[in-house]
Ligand binder design. Structure first.
Ligand code: P1T
Length: 385
C-alpha cells in the first residue's frame, strides 16, 4: 500500500498486500526451507529461508511501518535481535548501556560479549551528563532500554540520540516495554529500535520472537548480513502469529494502559504497599519525559510491599489467582513476577540492588481483563500480608 497510514491502520495494513499467488488476504505461512529456481540464480527473490522467507518479509515490513523505519528484520527471539546488533562491533569497541535493564540483556553483555573483547559501561541514563562522561573514541554503541525493566525508569531518547550523532555512535533503543504504539524511538533520533516481540507485539504469550527496525540502508545491510550469517531467524509460523498479534496492538495497548493506570493508583493508595514504580504518576522522577515521549504509560508496574519485605512479596505472588506467577510480559493475560529470583536472577545481587531491584520487588504485567477482577485479586493477596 503506497498511502502512509495512521498508526491504528498501519497495525493492520502496514507493509501488507494480498498475497500475489492466490490473493490470500492473510499472509500465507510459507513453511518451506527452499525455493525452486528455473536456472541457477533465476528465482523469484527467494532462495533459502535462513536468508529470506515471504512470511518473515511480511512481518519485517510490518515492524518497519509501525516504527516509521525503512527496513525491518525479524529474529528467533529478542535476545537473538540484540545479539545481532552487538555483533556489528569489534574487540576493543566500547558500549554504554543503561544500568537498569532486562537480566538477559545484562547477561549477554557481561557473560558473552565481554569475553569477545567488548567493554560495556553501565550508566544511569536518567542523567544525560553521566552518559556523556563515558564517551570516548572507542565508544560505538549506546544501548537504551526505556521504560526500564523492571524499575520503570524512563530515559530521554532525544538528547541521547543527539549525543550519538555528535560523536558518530550508534544509538539503539530496546522498545519492548513501550511497543511502537506508545513510543517510536526512530522518530526521536535513534538509529536502531529493537523489540522482544514475544511481549506486546505478538501479545498473546504464544511466541518467542525479536524484531528490529532501522532507516539507514548501510546499517540494514550490516544487520541483514549477520542475520543471515548467524542464522537466528524465526520460523514462518511464529512470524504469522506475530503478524496476527500486531493487528490488535493499538486496542490492546489502550486497554493495557487504562488497566495499568487503575492498578497503579490502587496500589499507591494501599497502606500495605511501600512504593509503586509507574511513570504515569506525576511524582515519578521521569514523569515529564515519559509524558513527552510516550503516548500513554502502558501496563508495566513494579511495587514493594511495606518495608520491602521479601517474605511478604512471595506471599503476595503465591496468593494471586487471576494474575499468573510467570516470567515474561505483554500478553493479554495478567502476569506477576519476582525479578530477583526470576527475570533478573542473572544479575549479581549487589549490582541489581544498586538500581533498586531488591528481593522484595514484585513486577506486574497488567493484562486486558476486566480491571475490577484484577484489583480484587491483588486486594485479596495483599490482605494476606
Ligand atoms: O525473551 P526474548 O524474546 O529473547 O527477549 C529478551 C528481552 C529483551 N528486552 C527486554 C526489555 C525484555 O524484557 C526481554 C525479555 N524479558 C522477559 C522475559 C521478562 O520477563 O522480563
Amino acid at each position: 500500500m503506497d498511502k502512509k497510514l495512521r498508526f491504528n491502520s498501519a497495525t493492520i495494513h502496514g507493509g501488507q498486500e494480498p498475497d500475489k499467488a492466490y490473493g490470500s488476504v492473510m499472509p500465507p505461512i510459507y513453511q518451506t526451507s527452499t525455493y525452486a529456481q528455473k536456472s541457477p540464480g533465476d528465482h523469484q527473490g527467494y532462495e533459502y529461508s535462513r536468508t529470506h522467507n515471504p512470511t518473515r518479509s511480511a512481518l519485517e515490513r510490518s515492524i518497519a511501518a509501525l516504527e516509521n523505519g525503512k527496513h525491518g528484520l525479524a529474529f528467533a527471539s529478542g535476545m537473538a535481535a540484540m545479539d545481532t546488533i552487538v555483533k556489528m562491533f569489534d574487540p576493543g569497541d566500547e558500549i554504554i548501556s543503561v544500568n537498569d535493564l532486562y537480566g538477559g540483556s545484562y547477561r549477554i553483555f557481561t557473560q558473552i560479549f565481554e569475553k569477545y573483547g567488548l567493554k560495556i559501561h553501565f550508566v544511569d541514563m536518567q542523567n544525560i551528563d553521566a552518559v556523556a562522561a563515558q564517551i570516548n573514541k572507542k565508544t560505538k554503541l549506546i544501548w537504551v532500554e526505556t521504560p526500564t525493566n523492571p524499575m520503570m525508569n524512563v530515559v530521554d531518547i532525544k538528547p541521547i540520540a543527539s549525543l550519538g550523532k555528535a560523536h558518530d555512535i550508534i544509538v539503539a533503543v530496546d522498545n519492548t516495554f513501550a511497543s511502537p504504539y506508545l513510543q517510536q524511538p526512530l522518530e526521536l533520533g535513534a538509529d536502531i529500535v529493537m523489540h522482544s516481540a514475544t511481549k506486546y507485539l505478538a501479545g498473546h504469550s504464544d511466541t518467542v520472537l525479536g524484531l528490529v527496525a532501522v532507516n539507514d540502508d548501510a546499517l540494514h545491510e550490516k544487520l541483514a548480513f549477520i542475520q543471515n550469517s548467524s542464522g537466528a531467524v524465526p520460523g514462518p509460523m511464529d512470524c504469522f502469529l506475530t503478524l496476527r498479534g500486531i493487528k490488535t496492538l493499538h486496542i490492546r495497548m489502550q486497554r493495557h494502559s487504562e488497566n495499568g493506570a487503575a492498578i497503579a493508583t490502587f496500589l499507591k493508595e494501599n497502606p500495605k504497599i511501600e512504593k509503586v514504580y509507574w511513570p504515569g504518576f506525576s511524582d515519578h522522577p521521569n514523569h515529564k519525559v515519559a509524558k513527552a515521549q510516550m503516548k500513554s504509560f502502558g501496563g508495566m508496574i513494579s511495587f514493594l510491599p511495606k518495608g520491602g519485605d521479601n517474605a511478604k512479596a512471595i506471599k503476595i505472588v503465591e496468593s494471586l489467582k487471576v494474575f499468573t506467577l510467570a516470567e515474561s510480559l505483554g500478553g493479554v493475560e495478567s502476569l506477576a513476577g519476582h525479578p530477583a529470583s526470576m527475570t533478573h536472577a542473572s544479575i549479581p545481587k549487589e549490582v541489581r540492588e544498586k538500581s533498586g531491584v531488591v528481593d522484595g520487588l514484585i513486577r506486574l504485567s497488567v493484562g486486558i481483563e476486566d480491571v475490577q477482577d484484577l484489583i480484587e485479586d491483588l486486594d485479596q493477596a495483599i490482605n494476606l500480608i
